[in-house]
Design a protein around this ligand. Structure first.
Ligand code: KG4
Ligand code: ZN
Length: 339
């Protein structure tokens, strides 16, 4: 029997739909919302309106690219949370309508578990190996920075988390003060390639356990800019590459140091990464180099599966479908969903 899962992701500012057939990805369509770039961050009300406009064309395109009709879909998997409530509501309501019309079951997916399980999204004909359980996932996005111990597909434990800003927020907020627009991560990544990472020193947190903190770094970055601009109004434009390289280097050292500590504490040296910041080229390179040095086994997904996407939701939904775990029609989105 063919099992076709339609996945819907709408937790933040990307509207996405994907189709997975018997575990293999057939399509993954993402409509990103440009409207937020002028505001330096996601505006929740604008995000939910854009989701409403995008969701039907995005699903339509995902079905067409997959070569599947609505009638061939076995279940619809959707992101229930965590995320922005207004954005989650659009995806959840769409999933309910689709399931009701097609008389098919719904599967709820936790967005963070989706990111972790993006490691298991496979396209036919592309051979990639899956990590054995247990493994550690470094989940770094605009909303989350966590180290998760993954014992099985849905047996996960957060062993470290941020106590203030997320890693992606550190990129985005620092980019905003440099006038680089939103999202800041990809732009900083680009400028950093031409910069010297030793040019500036920014504060690093001293936290004993596996938790993260980025607010001190953000403040130290702001103070450097303030002091330097007082001496030279063109300081940012004249030093943009070095600023980006030094900032990125500091963020990545914080992440890698904590990950090394987690490996030491748990004795688990199989590592995966997920979340938008996992698209960062220096993070990917540093992780690989650290792994080679320390004998870790790392699994780095393709960039398109690290940022928000519905392939990971359809994938997680597929495993839940196999377990017969369905959501009821009265399910509501949960902006602070835990697992
Ligand atoms: O996972 P994601 O698409 O959405 C959330 O769930 O938050 O992550 C978005 C975050 C933003 O903060 C963005 O600046 C960051 O991922 N990001 C990057 C890169 N690409 C996206 N950060 C650093 N380097 C990148 N190349
Ligand atoms: Zn995400």
């Amino acid at each position: 029997m063919e099992i076709n899962i339609l996945g819907i992701e709408s937790s933040c500012d990307d509207t996405s739909a994907a189709v997975i057939s018997n575990g293999f990805l057939l399509s993954n369509v993402i409509a990103s919302q440009e409207v937020h770039s002028a505001y330096g961050g996601v505006v929740p009300e604008l995000a939910s309106r854009a989701h409403q406009q995008n969701i039907i064309p995005v699903v339509d395109r995902a079905l067409k690219l997959a070569g599947k009709s609505k009638n061939e879909i076995s279940a619809v998997a959707f992101t229930r949370g965590p995320g922005l409530l207004g954005s989650l509501l659009v995806g959840t309501s769409f999933a309910k309508g689709f399931a009701l019309a097609g008389r098919i079951p719904m599967v709820e997916v936790n967005h963070l578990q989706g990111h972790v399980l993006s490691q298991f999204v496979h396209e036919k004909d592309k051979k990639v190996s899956d990590p054995e359980f247990p493994f550690l996932t470094l989940l770094v996005s605009g909303g989350h920075t966590q180290i998760i111990k993954v014992s099985d597909y849905f047996d996960m434990q957060i062993i470290g988390t941020t106590i203030d800003d997320a890693a992606g927020e550190a990129f985005d907020k620092c980019a905003k003060v440099m006038g680089l627009g939103y999202p800041g991560g990809p732009v900083i990544d680009k400028y950093a390639k031409q910069g010297n990472h030793d040019a500036f020193k920014f504060a690093k947190p001293h936290i004993a356990n596996l938790d993260f903190s980025f607010s001190g770094l953000k403040t130290s970055f702001l103070y450097t800019l303030r002091d330097e601009i007082a001496k030279n109004p063109d300081f940012i434009s004249q030093n943009i590459n070095d600023l980006c390289a030094s900032l990125q280097y500091t963020i990545i050292s914080i992440l890698i140091e904590k990950l090394s500590k987690a490996v030491k504490q748990t004795g688990i040296n199989r590592i995966t990464i997920g979340g938008g910041v996992a698209a960062n080229s220096e993070l990917r390179d540093t992780l690989q180099q650290t792994a080679d040095k320390k004998g870790w086994q790392v699994f780095i997904p393709e960039r398109k599966y690290t940022t928000d996407n519905a392939a990971m939701i359809a994938g997680a939904g597929y495993y839940k479908f196999l377990k017969g775990e369905f959501a009821s029609m009265d399910i509501a989105p949960d902006a602070r969903l835990k697992f």
